[in-house]
Design a protein around this ligand. Structure first.
Ligand SMILES: [Zn+2]
Length: 425
């Protein structure tokens, strides 16, 4: 009996080893069937940080670039090759000093990427189109153009003036997260070294939520603390999105969410879009010398000239740091483990893709926009059907956006004062 058990264990061990060996660092092979299906689907990524490259002089979104040369992961040729129809293009504002002048500077700075994205669309109307409603996405993609929804990453620019959110909404913003890497006047961040300041949302943060609901803007809880997520789920009148996040059960990191919260998110109609940023997917040991070298690099990146040549020099320096102080980098399968876990816990109707390309995303075997078909191939291999894969690629995301639209339209349709009028004399 023991011998049989040992043989079973041996066979099982060999099978596991075979599976482990079968994990190709290049990621899954995309069959013709998978590629054909991928082309038929409406594919959206909910977090494209590509607008950060728009200010780079010499960088052209219509031209093909190489991530190894300039770090960029998304441009039109690679979007076409990767069969991505578009997604939410982020207006990202770094967290600056929390002073009146700091807020003013952030507010001014946020309009630059907003204008740049709109200029891109205006300059290339045959390649890109601004999407303002959930239903626009399929129409734009069917016309062979890339779908450009706008999102805000970090609500700091509207801190002190929640009415400004309406201006952003009028200019096209349909998704907004209150906070980024550090706490601000709206909300606590999941990664602020000081820990929680508001234990969730501040009073202003609560107004931000109400205003977003009123305007039909989806609330984005990525980067926010767990308490913020809890309060967003409770306060928001429409389902909450995590535009680029992972799962604590797979890798325990403050940026990721636990299974209990994932279940509550799903029960409230919300959706998690899985990110592909290595540090949030697997454990990465910290080496002070490496961290110091990287910090110096980022400081130079902030102050250096916004040119393609300067960027290429920075990328070469970064490669040198990686060579000198190597750390493990997540694989496609590491990222996919988060996706599969989310599907198991929340159900496939509550999961999507937000790879965080051009914002730190990218893992071994999933390096740039050309690699999106691997997700379709891997979901097929996992046994999911076309309708389910369509949900992951955009169905769930657009359902959340549609709910926000419907809620805002309902408010507009109501007679003025109806919400506050007493029901009886
Ligand atoms: Zn982010």
């Amino acid at each position: 009996m023991a011998r049989i058990r040992n043989s079973i264990a041996l066979v099982a061990g060999l099978l596991l080893a075979a599976v482990a060996m079968a994990v190709d660092p290049a990621g899954p092979v995309v069959s013709k069937t998978a590629r054909a299906l991928h082309e038929q689907l409406l594919t959206l990524d909910s977090h494209l940080d590509t607008p950060m490259n728009f200010e780079l002089q010499g960088w052209d979104i219509l031209q093909r670039h190489d991530a190894l040369q300039d770090g960029s992961q998304v441009d039109l040729p690679r979007l076409i090759e990767g069969g991505l129809d578009g997604g939410f293009w982020a207006i990202y504002t770094p967290q600056g000093p929390r002073t009146a002048a700091g807020v003013q500077a952030a507010r001014d700075a946020a309009f630059a990427p907003l204008v740049a994205i709109r200029e891109l669309v205006a300059a290339h109307p045959r390649q890109f189109e601004l999407a303002l409603k959930a239903d626009d996405a399929a129409r734009i993609a069917a016309g062979g153009k890339r779908v450009v929804f706008l999102s805000i990453e970090n609500g700091f620019p509207v801190e002190g003036d929640p009415g400004l959110l309406q201006t952003f909404q009028r200019l096209g913003v349909r998704l907004a997260g209150p906070v980024h890497l550090c706490n601000n006047g709206l909300a606590d961040s999941s990664t602020d070294p000081q820990g929680p300041e508001w234990h969730g949302l501040s009073e202003q943060g609560r107004r931000f939520v109400a205003e977003a609901n009123r305007l039909g803007i989806v609330l984005d809880a990525s980067h926010a603390s767990d308490e913020v997520l809890d309060q967003l789920i409770e306060l928001s009148r429409t389902p909450v999105l995590l535009s680029h996040s992972g799962l604590k059960a797979v890798f325990d990191h403050p940026r990721n969410i636990d299974d209990a919260r994932l279940r509550r998110l799903a029960a409230s109609g919300g959706v998690i879009q899985i990110n592909f940023l290595s540090d949030y997917l697997i454990a990465t040991p910290h080496d002070p010398a490496r961290d110091q070298a990287l910090q110096a690099l980022w400081a130079d990146a902030r102050t250096g000239p916004p040119t393609l040549a300067a960027r290429q020099a920075l990328i070469a320096r970064k490669a040198e740091i990686e060579r000198r102080w190597p750390v493990p980098r997540a694989s496609f399968e590491d990222a996919f483990a988060h996706l599969l876990h989310a599907i198991r816990v929340a159900g496939i109707e509550h999961v999507g893709i937000g790879a965080d390309f051009d914002g730190g995303g990218g893992v071994t075997g999933f390096e740039d926009a050309r690699d999106y078909p691997k997700i379709t191939a891997r979901l097929l291999a996992e046994g999911f059907g076309p309708a389910e894969i369509q949900q992951v690629w955009s169905g769930n995301l657009l359902r959340v956006l549609r709910a926000a639209e419907t809620y805002a339209q309902g408010l507009q349709a109501r007679p003025v004062g109806a919400a506050s009028a007493p029901s009886s004399p």
